[in-house]
Ligand binder design. Structure first.
Ligand SMILES: Nc1ncnc2c1ncn2[C@@H]1O[C@H](COP(=O)(O)OP(=O)(O)OP(=O)(O)O)[C@@H](O)[C@H]1O
Length: 333
């Protein structure tokens, strides 16, 4: 059952649309990735889920409550991208202060804070926050998101700008929280981290969701694994040659096609010299999706401009071309 449901969520700033009608549902216990280039609308989406920004339209329901409802705040832990801390306080004082705000009994809070900081391997808990390193501060911010023991966590760039060791702790800790049954909305630019912790993702661009699903399903929708068959003769399939023209590379999508190439090559008296597989990384897919989405927006803008200035009977053609571009983009969402 979905613990978090978002329906046609939209945020406009003046005439600018930062989030353009997002809809998705997250199942209890899932780690759900929100990825996209700078300015895609990720943080705006997460802040609307956390009740920190009022949507212009649409709804978000977290554990049966709408953002801003005090009961929802009890069930939610939000780690913002930037987390200013009270520099004069120690980590322990700071976290106890927030536990009080959530009415967590002192003894429960102390135990929870101790265990969380222990698991995050935070030393010098009585050092002033202002004197802590960036990584230590990030761990305190994570502990703050957990102080009320929420069911749902929203982590915006939890490990950005940290050293590899601290990053590793935080990514492993996220995985452990998921294993314990927490539902986590996870946004990060490091797609390797996204791939290692997320069950499903959405890819956003220019405020819109341009791809969604499990990483495997998205990979499949974007060509999946390619087989590169190298042979001494050209078996067709638009084979490419190397600089010396003495080897032909045939790129195909499945093993049946590999076998067909083998048959033709052997019939022609040639031989297969190598077969390699290439699976796109999430980064490859991300770059492809972002550039496709940019081309679609440009084509939409061009068509709108042309339709506005040339109302001479050709509008039907242009708009149907534009629609098919949108259909192609939507088919992948
Ligand atoms: N308060 C605001 N007023 C006007 N525009 C805003 C405001 N907040 C965000 N935006 C704009 O909305 C768009 C989406 O911003 P958002 O911070 O959600 O992107 P993001 O995907 O999180 O980017 P990044 O990866 O760089 O953090 C950007 O173009 C941003 O400039």
């Amino acid at each position: 059952m979905a613990i978090l449901e978002v329906d046609d969520l939209r945020k406009e700033y003046g005439g600018f649309t930062a989030v353009d009608g997002s809809s998705f549902a997250i199942e209890r216990g899932e780690v759900f990735g929100v990825v996209g280039p700078n300015g895609a609308g990720k943080t705006t989406t997460l802040k609307m889920l956390a009740g920190l920004i009022e949507p212009t339209a649409g709804t978000a329901v977290v554990a049966g409550h709408t953002p801003g409802d005090p009961e929802m705040a009890r069930q939610l832990g939000f780690l913002p991208e930037e987390s200013p801390l009270y520099e004069e306080m120690t980590a322990t004082d700071y976290l106890e202060f927030f536990a009080d705000l959530y009415d967590v009994p002192r003894s429960v809070a102390r135990d929870r804070i101790d265990r969380t900081l222990e698991r995050l391997d935070l030393e010098h808990r009585d050092r002033r926050l202002g004197n802590m390193s960036k990584g230590m501060k990030r761990k305190v911010a994570i502990a703050r998101a957990l102080v009320n023991d929420p069911d749902v966590l929203i982590f915006d760039e939890p490990a950005s700008g940290l050293d590899p060791l601290t990053t590793n702790y935080i990514i492993e800790f996220t995985q452990e929280l998921s294993d314990e049954g927490k539902t986590i909305v996870f946004s990060a630019h490091n797609l390797f981290h996204v791939e290692s912790v997320c069950d499903r993702i959405i890819i956003m661009n220019d405020g819109r969701i341009v791809a969604r699903g499990t990483i495997d399903a998205i990979r499949e929708a974007h060509g999946g694994t390619e087989y590169h068959v190298y042979a001494t003769v050209d078996a067709g399939n638009g084979a490419l040659t190397d600089d010396n023209d003495d080897e032909f590379r045939h790129v195909v999508a499945d093993m049946d096609a590999v076998e067909s190439i083998r048959e033709v090559v052997e019939r022609e008296g040639g031989r297969i010299t190598d077969i390699q597989t290439e699976t796109p990384t999430l980064e490859d897919i991300f770059l492809e999706v972002a550039s496709e989405s940019r081309e679609n927006s440009e084509s939409r803008e061009n068509n709108e401009g042309r339709n506005g200035s040339e109302r001479d009977g050709r509008d039907g053609d242009e708009s149907s071309r534009s629609d098919s571009n949108e259909d192609a983009a939507e088919a992948r969402t």
